[in-house]
Design a protein around this ligand. Structure first.
Ligand SMILES: [Zn+2]
Length: 77
């Protein structure tokens, strides 16, 4: 199940991925490093994406849990 998180830069859908579900390698947008298979992490996509839910899910990103928690909102939109 995904949950909604309100952040300084909008509404985000956040879904936890268990180690058993993490079967592929992803690149974390927070640190640019690899999210290795078998690593518990988070899948993030925009809840308020104007192009619709399907497009938002297409654009979802895999983040290290710590990188998502520690990300900065200082970047302007
Ligand atoms: Zn990371």
């Amino acid at each position: 199940m995904a949950r909604v998180e309100s952040a300084g830069d909008g509404e985000w859908m956040v879904r936890s991925v268990s180690p058993a579900q993490a079967r592929k390698e992803y690149t974390c947008p927070g640190c640019g490093a690899t999210v290795a298979p078998g690593t518990a992490h988070l899948v993030i996509w925009r809840e308020d994406w104007i192009f619709g839910e399907a497009d938002a899910i297409e654009g979802r990103r895999h983040w290290h849990t710590a990188c998502w928690r520690g990300r900065s909102f200082r970047r302007s939109r």
